[in-house]
Ligand binder design. Structure first.
Ligand code: F6P
Length: 341
């Protein structure tokens, strides 16, 4: 069998672990040939690829990013990719394509599958917002980075009696903010799923100071937004990939709190630090299992599906099911952390 693999969309820790696992299972066990397309679907369209043998994936398990490179494709090029994909697959002699990516990548995978191509998807995103899988790899690493940052910020915040507003990733789903905020014991968490009132945060900080706890750390998802009429703030326009541009809620909220409280409030934007560097052990294991199962599915001819973690087992679920809606934080998970909302 000849298997093509690509990584698309925003990178995340664990992508290399999937690539390595695909190659190990396919080459060492089945005697397959694996080729890796460069820079996501762009490499498939432009015919840029290289052979991935066991040597090519040696030493990459713990490495962040992706050795294949990644990119986002505009919708028009995506459509173009679908139209030309059958010819390209024939030209490259590929029997199965394994795209590893988030919602956009899996939507493209589904489009390719719908036109009859043999596709097995592997979900990834630090946001953990893909429905049908309990977890995506990269999330655990991102939560760990954000938690450590807040642990560190607490000590300096306390020394200077400051409020730290830590902005983490998460456009529409606040999983990173929820879990890192809980793990770090943040004093307030703001998620995209529930509008916040800055007045509540002011009250909470004032109460803390009155109790002698003269600092506070707030964890805010980049997609969090104030309730209407509570603060002058608006998210931005839509970019060329159909994603909303964010204007920096962390910075806006820090300034707002400083103004209302008359105390120093500092914004800390963690940004792409959350996506870089080595994956945690959990993410390496999940990524490795996904890669193994993707190759197995390809050999069973089980196309149009993606790997998914269900409980402790890896299952194959229809791509169609995976991309219909984003997995956002449900109310009961917010209720569990109620004291910080
Ligand atoms: O989708 C993953 C993600 O890291 C989001 O959390 C974040 O909003 C976005 O990608 C950032 O994208 P880019 O790397 O293109 O700035």
């Amino acid at each position: 069998m000849r298997i093509g693999v690509l990584t698309a969309g925003g990178d995340c820790p664990g992508l290399n672990a999937v690539i390595r696992s695909v190659v190990h299972r396919a080459v060492a066990h089945y005697g397959d040939e694996v080729i890796g397309f460069e820079d996501g679907y762009a490499g498939l369209l432009d015919g840029r690829y290289r052979t991935l043998d066991l040597d090519a994936v040696s030493g990459i398990l713990a490495r962040g990013g992706t050795i294949l490179g990644s990119s986002r494709l505009q919708r028009d090029r995506l459509r173009e990719a679908c139209e030309g994909a059958e010819d390209e697959m024939r030209e490259f002699g590929i029997d199965a394509l394994i795209p590893i990516g988030g919602e956009g990548t899996l939507t493209a995978a589904r489009m390719l599958s719908d036109v009859g191509l043999p596709v097995v998807g592997v979900p990834k995103t630090i946001d953990n917002d893909i429905s049908s899988t309990d977890r995506t790899f990269g999330f655990d690493t991102a939560v760990g980075v954000a938690t450590e940052a807040m642990d560190r910020l607490k000590t300096t915040a306390e020394s200077h009696q400051r409020v730290m507003v830590v902005e983490v990733m998460g456009r529409h789903a606040g999983w990173i903010a929820l879990e890192s905020g809980m793990a770090a014991g943040a004093h307030g968490i703001c998620l995209p799923e529930r509008a916040f009132d800055p007045g509540d945060l002011v009250k909470m900080v004032e109460e803390r100071f009155a109790r002698g706890k003269k600092f506070a750390v707030l964890c805010v998802a980049e997609g969090a937004h104030p309730a209407e009429g509570t603060m002058d703030y608006g998210h931005g326009e839509i970019d060329q990939f159909g994603h909303e541009r964010f204007q920096g809620i962390g910075t806006a909220l820090a300034y707002e709190l400083e103004r209302r409280l008359g105390k120093e409030a500092k914004p800390v934007i963690l940004g792409h630090v959350q996506r870089g560097g080595t994956p945690t052990a959990y993410d390496r294991v999940l990524a490795t299992r996904f890669g193994w199962h993707a190759v197995e599915a390809a050999h069973r001819g089980e196309f149009g599906r993606m790997t998914a973690l269900r409980g402790t087992e890896i299952e194959m679920v229809p791509l169609a099911e995976a991309v219909t809606e984003l997995k956002t934080v449900p109310k009961d998970r917010m209720d569990e952390a109620e004291s910080v909302f």
